[in-house]
Design a protein around this ligand. Structure first.
Ligand SMILES: [Zn+2]
Length: 337
């Protein structure tokens, strides 16, 4: 198994590279940077793959660099990787900076509070409206949508409806964002699987660096599951990052919770970013072996139930570097039937 630095390099070799006995040869990407008048077109860059790393030499510009596992990659090596188009943040921090500097990582400041906001006009829990016998054609359609697509939300007091017609709010269900029990934002989902052209599936007011359900991070459980969407978080009792990536601050909020963090990406290509981020911050990922047509927790709970979903989540937990997790994610997605 090659080390992560060499793996990253191999992933970004020019497509015109030729394999030879020792490794590869290709047009040197460094020549111009090294002061040569024109780009190499004669494949004068030679890459030798070694048991514990690689050695690179260009016979034109004389640029040379290399890497040996167990060390931190030097500036020339990182420069070479970047010039080839590699994202060096994929190299785990402890390797990139060496063990001694890990503690010196600049820890971002996490928000100490979020501004309080108002929910859309006259928002009320859907379950309360049903129980009071409330009737409205659009409201009924919202209830129908929830019953068929996200049935586990129907009895949930946090799921709301507003009669406001602006932004088609009356054609949506609303999920408030709470922080310390106060409303600091909300998201809303249109009541058709595919909304008409020009109408947004989701409308939301989201504070910066907010994680959905983040009050959970203060509870006594030692593990927390982090997913992409709020409905997925509702389905299994977790927090949601609300996109397929996480920034430094959001990662720090999760780290500060001192819980074991398990990230569940959507099981489709877009989930890859979150898998890479998990590796970068040392979080675990779960890659559940769901049937092929199921891509997230909400869908799995709806189709197969909560017990099955939790069982599959806890049976497919992995830790590793971004690159290791990426490989697992790709394999897991291919293996699904
Ligand atoms: Zn060169």
């Amino acid at each position: 198994m090659t080390d992560v630095v060499t793996q990253l390099l191999l992933k970004h070799l020019p497509t015109s590279s030729k394999k030879n006995r020792n490794g590869f040869k290709f047009n040197c990407p460094m020549c111009i940077k090294q002061g040569e008048a024109r780009n190499d077109t004669k494949m004068r860059g030679g890459l030798k793959i070694e048991p514990l790393g690689f050695v690179y030499n260009c016979f034109n510009c004389k640029f040379s660099t290399g890497y040996t596992e167990g060390n931190r990659p030097n500036k020339k090596c990182l420069d070479f990787l970047k010039t080839l188009g590699a994202d060096i943040s994929e190299i785990p921090i402890e390797i990139r900076f060496g063990n001694n500097t890990v503690r010196k990582r600049i820890i971002p400041e996490v928000p100490s509070a979020y501004p309080i906001v108002k929910l859309p006009q006259d928002s009320k829990p859907i379950i309360d409206l049903i129980q009071s016998g409330f009737c409205d054609p659009e409201f009924n359609k919202v209830v129908e949508y929830i019953s068929s697509e996200v049935p586990f939300l129907l009895l949930d007091k946090q799921v709301m409806w507003s009669p406001d017609t602006r932004l088609q709010m009356n054609k949506r269900f609303i999920l408030p964002f709470y922080w310390n029990g106060k409303v600091v934002g909300w998201t809303s989902r249109y009541y058709e699987k595919k909304p008409p052209v020009g109408i947004a599936k989701y409308m939301m007011e989201r504070p910066e660096n907010y994680i959905y359900n983040m009050d959970m991070l203060n509870d006594k459980a030692d593990t927390v599951v982090a997913v992409e969407g709020p409905t997925d978080a509702k389905a299994i009792g977790g927090v949601a990052l609300m996109t397929n990536t996480m920034n430094e601050v959001e990662a720090e909020i999760l780290i500060k919770s001192r819980k074991k963090v398990i990230i569940i990406p959507d099981m489709e290509n877009t989930g890859l970013r979150l898998v890479q981020d998990a590796g970068k911050y040392g979080f675990s990922v779960s890659l559940p072996k769901w049937p092929k047509d199921i891509k997230d927790c909400a869908q799995s709970v709806k189709e197969c139930g909560r017990l099955y979903t939790l069982y599959t989540i806890y049976n497919s937990i992995y830790t590793g570097t971004s690159i290791e997790l990426e490989t697992r994610f790709k394999t897991a997605n291919i293996m699904r039937t």
